[in-house]
Design a protein around this ligand. Sequence first.
Ligand SMILES: *Cc1c(COP(=O)(O)O)cnc(C)c1O
Length: 352
Amino acid sequence: MNNRKWADKIRKIEPYVPGEQPQMKDIIKLNTNENPYPPSPRVKKVMKEFSTDKLRLYPSFKFEELKNVLCAAYGINKDELYIGNGSDEVLALCFAAFFNSDKPILMADITYSFYDVWSEFFNVKYEKIPLNDKFEINRVDYYKENGGVIIANPNAPTSIYMGLDDIEDIVKHNESSIVIVDEAYIDFGGESAVGLIKKYDNLVVVQTFSKSRSLAGIRIGYAMADKALIDVLEAVKNSFNSYTVSVFSQTAAAECAADIEYFDECRKKIMKTREWTIGELDKLGFKTLPSMTNFIFTKNNNIEAKKLFEYLRSKKIIVRYFDKKRINEYLRITIGTDEEMEKLIEAIKEYS
Ligand SMILES: *Cc1c(COP(=O)(O)O)cnc(C)c1O
C-alpha cells in the first residue's frame, strides 16, 4: 500500500542540515566546530565512578551541583538560569517561549541556519537583515519594531564578534521585545553579555558545553535571563518534556564546569592555534575574517572554495562549505590541534 491519502494532514518541513559526522577512519575532522581536546580529566573520573543505581530514578530538574558551579562562575542566581539538552534545544524552546508576536523577529541574513528553521517550525514570522559587506551587524538595523531579535555573537559561520556596547545598544532599543544572544563561541575571545541580564529584563543569553567545554556528545546548553523569562522557559519545557537532561549528563557537566583551569588552558591553546593558522593562510593568499571563535571563515580569490573543499576531503580533511549566496567563496574551518592544522596547511600548499 502506498496511497498516501493522508498527505495533506501531515507536517511538511525543511530541516536544518548539520555538518556530517563521517565514519571514515583517520580523518581530520574540522567541519562541525567540535573541540579537538578531550573534556576535563575530572569528567572521565566522575563517569568511571558513576553509580548506575542512580539511573533508576528520574533526573532532578533542580540541577543542584551544575547550577552551583555555573551561578558562581557568572555571578547570577539559580532562578536566572535554565539548563537544557544542548543549546539547540534551549534555543528552540526560547523561540517557542519568547517569539509569540504577529510582528516578524529580526535576524541576520548570514547566521546560524537553525534560526529560520525554528521560525518555520514554530510559525514565527521573521525578517532577514543583511550584514554589511564586511559581514558585520549594523546595530541601527535592529531599532525598528519587531517581534523579537536573535543574534549569534560571535556570529556563525562568519566568526565575527560584535562588541558588548553594540549588543547593549540593541537590547536597549528593544525594551518591548526579547533579544536572544546565542553565545555558542563566546569563550574564544569575546566578552559575554551575561553581565547585562540584571540590568535588562528583555535579554536572554544562551551558551553551550559543546564547543569550549568539549562536551558536544553530552548535550548541555543553558540560558541566562531575568527570572520572569526563565519561569516562562521552564513552563514551556514542562508543557513538552519535563526531564530533558539525563542524570549522566548533569553529573559530567558539573565536573566539567568546575575545572576552570583546564577550561582556560584549552581555549587559550585553541586561540593560539587559530592565530597561527590565520598567519599561515595569509602567506598563501587567503583572506580570513577576524575570528573570535574556534573556527575561521576564509577565502582565496585564486582558488575555488568548492574545489578546495573536495580536494581536502580526498585527503581526509573535512571542512565545511556552504553553497549559499554571499558565502560560497568561503570555507569554514574548525580549529583543531596544532598537528591537525599543520597537516591542513600542508595539504593546501600541495593544492595551490
Ligand atoms: C554549535 C552551535 C549551537 C548548538 O550547540 P549545542 O549546544 O551542541 O546544541 C548553537 N548555536 C550556534 C551558533 C552554534 O554554532
